[in-house]
Design a protein. Structure first.
Length: 280
């Protein structure tokens, strides 16, 4: 397994490409026994951090995990089919209407729709049918070399469809967990808008906090990225852990004072995390 930079083969709403530089400063994966990421999404953190030991990747999205599993096992077959798809509106709706059973066909379809749809969204209707409109993107960045590199990077990964709480029950002393739950917040009293109740609810956030309590108890380490909102702070902030406020353009730290507009929180029990982030 080489150490070359590998870009994710999927685009994902809420992806953390902008955050990986900070995480690389903060997380020394050689210090941990195993790597867990239970909200995999587009996988930008996994591909960038490149954990070399035991890796456990999961998500509740069955189509997403099935695509990763097929790219891991059969990247050449996926590319052979994917490369025949044309980036046109008529082709898009023809492929979107299909519901293939073959894993290679399903993976190629998923990747194609992901890159040619509007904003790379993953959305299904009440019948479970993908219903995102055509995106009219001119440049589609996937290629054979990139897909093969991602497949190589996935070879030491265990890929599972599961709720985060189920996966995190297996975390042991010395392991590391990266948590990036889906979130959509508003500026109202509780911060959780109607759409988010179906995506990742207030109760889900509290369940995640309980899982983090267990991570601490067993002697493992975590980093949680989440929305910058008072409700999130109340749920997750612990005196023993570090809270860092982030924006896409600057890093603003500390539990007392913040400068400028911030967009996200990082919570972690990595020792001396704030000094690592700001002093290198």
């Amino acid at each position: 397994m080489n150490s070359k930079k590998v870009k994710p083969f999927l685009r994902w709403a809420g992806g953390k490409n902008w955050l990986v530089g900070i995480l690389k400063e903060l997380v020394d994966l050689d210090s941990y026994e195993a790597y867990y990421e239970p909200f995999l999404g587009g996988g930008s953190v996994f591909f960038e951090l490149h954990p070399k030991g035991k890796v456990f990747l999961s998500d509740t999205n069955e189509d997403l995990i099935s695509t990763y599993q097929t790219v891991k096992a059969s990247p050449n077959e996926v590319w052979e089919l994917l490369s025949t798809f044309q980036n046109t509106e008529s082709e898009y709706y023809t492929i979107r209407a299909k519901d293939p059973l073959d894993p290679v066909e399903r993976a190629a379809r998923f990747i194609y729709l992901n890159h040619t749809s509007f904003n790379g969204l993953y959305r299904v209707n009440r019948e479970g049918k993908y219903n995102v409109p055509y995106g009219r993107r001119k440049n589609i960045p996937y290629n054979e070399a990139g897909l093969l590199a991602c497949s190589e990077r996935l070879q030491n990964a265990d890929l599972t469809v599961a709720d985060f709480a189920e996966i995190l029950q297996d975390v042991k002393k010395g392991d590391f967990v990266y948590l990036d739950p889906p979130y959509v917040v508003s500026k109202d009293a509780n911060g959780f808008i109607q759409y988010n109740k179906h995506l990742f609810s207030f109760e889900d956030q509290k369940r995640l906090s309980a899982s983090i309590d267990r991570i601490r108890e067993v002697g493992a380490y975590y980093v949680l990225s989440n929305a910058k909102h008072d409700t999130i702070k109340e749920i997750f902030q612990k005196d023993s852990d570090c809270l860092i406020a982030l924006s896409r353009t600057s890093l603003i730290g500390g539990k007392k004072a913040y400068r400028g507009e911030t967009e996200e929180y990082l919570f972690t029990n990595i020792p001396d995390a704030e000094r690592i982030c700001f002093d290198g």
